[in-house]
Every structure is written in structure tokens, then in C-alpha cells.
Write a protein of this length. Structure first.
Length: 348
């Protein structure tokens, strides 16, 4: 036990000892005086009994002092010392430190419970941080090694123009991937620290959907993808226009990415009582059963064979925006047949 704890125990002993001694002393003296007065006992009798009573009082005070100190040691000093030790370990980063609630009185049990909860929450955050770092490093590793390999090849003498352009294009593609990854991480980080959307306005959702869809014109033309639209005119919603365009672009880019040539991507916009409902469907590879909820996790990609394009952050961003803007998202998918994302946004 530490020096200051021992000092506290000695102080506690002195307080209990003298407290008991003074209080009992006063009570006994008063009782004796009344007793002797009532029975008019001789002074010799008093002289004989007074020292005995005094020593009895000292003895009783000693016993109470020791008992009080022991009680305080086991019910106050020891738990506080142990709680403090665990907090010190947690502060140093040892997040596995735990206290066993069974060994504490109800006074400390709530504190111990909260310390254990804090330790396990910190440990979860710590694990998430580690897995996030390893995911980021993993995602950066491939494009960076592609860039360095092609940069090395570009230094080869007598390189044909064709090869030079090909290598430069590969470097450009990979640096684009790094750029996209970093932009997504920064955006996600910004949104995770944001509690409310920065600008909720009433705007024309029909126009926004058409504009986002037109942004993929090259893709659907190149890959002969059929586009089916059923978009009600001039549907207005109250949301963050900029953030919602990130949602449509991510869902549409996945729809086009996972739909094979001659497939179909359809976009519908209808209105209900409270919500405007957007459905984006594709006839692509679909999502394996049981994974539809996981696709919103950071860096989650269903099948490594299809994960060459993208970084698994798009739908994490979508989910965060949906939560921030108080919207609703639902995904239905059948492997090999296609996927439908349904988004509901408040009308006003
Ligand atoms: P990525 O950059 O890999 O597309 P996302 O977060 O946008 O990351 O998507 C996560 C994963 O969800 C994708 O890798 C894919 O496996 C699955 N996914 C998303 N949308 C679709 C879709 N329309 N069809 C099939 N799989 C999809």
C-alpha cells in the first residue's frame, strides 16, 4: 500500500480512537456522577472505580479504533486503490484491464461497471482504428506499387511511343484510385464528425436524378446498357442537395459497375404522403444472401474477384448521408439477378 494510504489509515485510527474516547468518556462521567449522587456513595469508592473505568475506556477506544480502521481499509481504501490502479493502466493503453464487480460493495459496483464499460468501448475503438489503418494501407498498397512499377518501366531506354502512353495511362489510373480513396476517407471523416447536415433546402429531386443519371451516359453507351426511367416531374424534397448527389452517384456507379453488357439499369421516382421514393435497380450480379447489410460497412466488398474497381467506401458514405439527412435506405438483391436500392426522402 502507498505511503499516503498508510498515513490516511493512521489518521482514521486516531479519529476513531479519540472520537470514541471523548464521546464515551463524557457519557460515562455524566452517568457516574448521577449514579454516585443518587446513591450518595463514599469518595473512596469513586477513587477505586475511576481508574478502572478510565482504562476500560482506553481499551474500548483502542478496539473501536482498530475495528474502524480495518473496516475503512477493506471497504474504502482497498477498492479505491484497485480502481485507481486499473484507471492508471487504462491511461497507459492497457485496455484489457478489468475489475471483477463481485468483489465490490454496491457503493463501488456502479463505478466498477462504468469503468469496465469505458475500457471495453475504448478497446473497440482501438480495434476499429487498427483495422481501419490496415484497410487503408491495404487499399493504398496496390495502386502505389503499380505506380512505382510503371514509373520504373518508363525509364527504359528506346521505349516505343505506344508503350510510353500505355505506362503513363496506368500510372494515371492508379493515382486516380489513390486520389479517390483519400477523397472518400476525408469526406467520410468529415461526415462522421458532423452531427447535422450543413444545408437542408427544398430542391427539385427530379432534376437532380436526371443530371446524375446523364453523368453516366458514356458508360451506358459504351456497354450497351439499357436505361429505363420513370421519374415524376418536379418532385421537391427537403434535404442536403450536395450530399444527396453523392448518394445517387454512388448507387448509380455501382449499378453500372456490376451490370454486364446489354443489362438494364432503371431509375424511378414516385411520391408518397411523407416521402419521395427513389428506386435504382440493375440486372447485375446481385449481392450474396446475408451480405446486404454488410455492404454499408467501411471497406466491405462482397467478392474479392469483383473488388478490383472501387474501395468499399462508397456505400459507407451513402449510409452516413442517409442517417444525417434523416432519410431511409433499403436494399433488395438476388444473386445473379440484380439489385434494387430504395431511398426515401422527406418531401417537406
Ligand atoms: P465499391 O467501391 O467496392 O463499389 P461500395 O461501398 O460502393 O464499394 O460497395 C460495397 C460492395 O457492395 C461492393 O464492392 C459490391 O460488392 C456490393 N455492391 C454494391 N452495389 C452493388 C450492386 N448494385 N450490385 C452488386 N453488388 C453491389
Amino acid at each position: 500500500m502507498k505511503k499516503h494510504s498508510i498515513r490516511r489509515l493512521i489518521l482514521n485510527f486516531c479519529l476513531t480512537f479519540f472520537g470514541f474516547f471523548i464521546l464515551s468518556g463524557v457519557a460515562i462521567t455524566v452517568s457516574f456522577m448521577l449514579f454516585f449522587h443518587a446513591y450518595e456513595l463514599p469518595i473512596d469508592y469513586i477513587r477505586e472505580f475511576a481508574p478502572r473505568t478510565f482504562f476500560n475506556l482506553v481499551f474500548m477506544s483502542l478496539v473501536f479504533g482498530i475495528l474502524g480502521t480495518l473496516w475503512r481499509m477493506f471497504t474504502v481504501e482497498k477498492p479505491i486503490y484497485e480502481i485507481n490502479e486499473v484507471l492508471r493502466k487504462i491511461r497507459k493503453g492497457n485496455l484489457d484491464s478489468k475489475l471483477n464487480r463481485r468483489f465490490y460493495t454496491s457503493r463501488y459496483s456502479a463505478i466498477v461497471k462504468n469503468i469496465n464499460i469505458i475500457a471495453s468501448e475504448l478497446s473497440t475503438i482501438d480495434n476499429l482504428k487498427v483495422s481501419l489503418m490496415s484497410n487503408i494501407s491495404h487499399e493504398l498498397k496496390t495502386p502505389i506499387s503499380v505506380i512505382s512499377n510503371y514509373a520504373e518501366l518508363l525509364q527504359t531506354e528506346n521505349l516505343s511511343d505506344e508503350k510510353r502512353i500505355e505506362y503513363a495511362k496506368s500510372i494515371l489510373d492508379s493515382s486516380g484510385k489513390v486520389n479517390e480513396l483519400i477523397t472518400n476517407i476525408l469526406k467520410l471523416n468529415q461526415l462522421e464528425n458532423q452531427k447535422i447536415p450543413s444545408s437542408m433546402t427544398e430542391y427539385n429531386l427530379s432534376e437532380q436524378l436526371c443530371e446524375c443519371l446523364l453523368g453516366f451516359e458514356n458508360v451506358w453507351e459504351d456497354r450497351n446498357i439499357d436505361i429505363v426511367t420513370e421519374i415524376e416531374d418536379d418532385v421537391t424534397v427537403v434535404s442536403d442537395m450536395q450530399l444527396m448527389s453523392i448518394v445517387w452517384n454512388n448507387i448509380l456507379s455501382n449499378a453500372f459497375k456490376f451490370t454486364p453488357e446489354y443489362g438494364t439499369v432503371s431509375v424511378t421516382l414516385t411520391t408518397g404522403k411523407k416521402y419521395a421514393v427513389v428506386k435504382i435497380s440493375d440486372t447485375g450480379c446481385g449481392i450474396p444472401e446475408g451480405q446486404t447489410e454488410l455492404i454499408f460497412d467501411k471497406f466491405y466488398q462482397c467478392d474479392s474477384s469483383r473488388s478490383t474497381d472501387g474501395n468499399g467506401l462508397g456505400l459507407a458514405l451513402v449510409k452516413r448521408i442517409i442517417n444525417l439527412t434523416d432519410s431511409i435506405i433499403k436494399v433488395e438483391s438476388e444473386e445473379g439477378k440484380g439489385t434494387t436500392f430504395t431511398v426515401k426522402i422527406h418531401k417537406n
